[in-house]
Design a protein around this ligand. Sequence first.
Ligand code: F6R
Length: 236
Amino acid sequence: MKFITVDTYEKLSRQAANIISAQVIIKPDCVLGLATGSSPLGTYKQLIDWYNKGDIDFSSVTSVNLDEYVGLDGSSNQSYRYFMNKNFFEHINIDINNTFVPNGCADDLVTEGLNYDRHIEELGGIDLQLLGIGLDGHIGFNEPDRYFVKSTHVVDLHESTIKANSRFFANEDEVPKQAITMGMVSIMQAKKILLIASGKAKYDILKKAFYGPITPEIPASILQLHPDITVIYSEN
Ligand code: F6R
């Protein structure tokens, strides 16, 4: 594991964008696993900037996102599909048909999960998976549990996650109580993993996840077993 600490969010974003752009340059038709939330916003901004300067070409890239709220479709501006379109995809030359986010409005969410995993497998797996980490140690929306869940599945969001994510909604009551998230197999089978976290509030959970015991009670701790993971942490 490579653990990089920097002092600012700008530096974190630049380093993360560097790793992603290197992946796209080395393998233009790569599969990127992408995340939403505050952590990757600066990374996406930096990648858009380099794209505008002509330094990166996303035309052959495929992306698969980690998760989506149950009950929100892409037209809802709180959905993760909307977040990805607005904050990244609409600003680069990725083919929108090659961008995938689990469908939180599927009639049968179990089948949706199975199909999502099968699709990732058919793509040849994820070349580089970008992750954030929740204050409770979640990755994707794999919340603390008694066991690691392998496949893409529906999860009940924990109170702390609902509270943390309420900043994107008018109030806490509007935050969906469930999400569909990639499970541990697709994440752990990614060839490379890049986890980014910023702010002092994330420090304790990072320490527990990467230097404590591997336990489903801290889902991110499973990443200690991954052979090629880089963690970038910024204090601010
Ligand atoms: C989002 C996701 C989540 C976030 C995590 C951290 O797609 O999968 O695991 O990465 O909740 O969120 P931020 O970056 O907003 O602190």
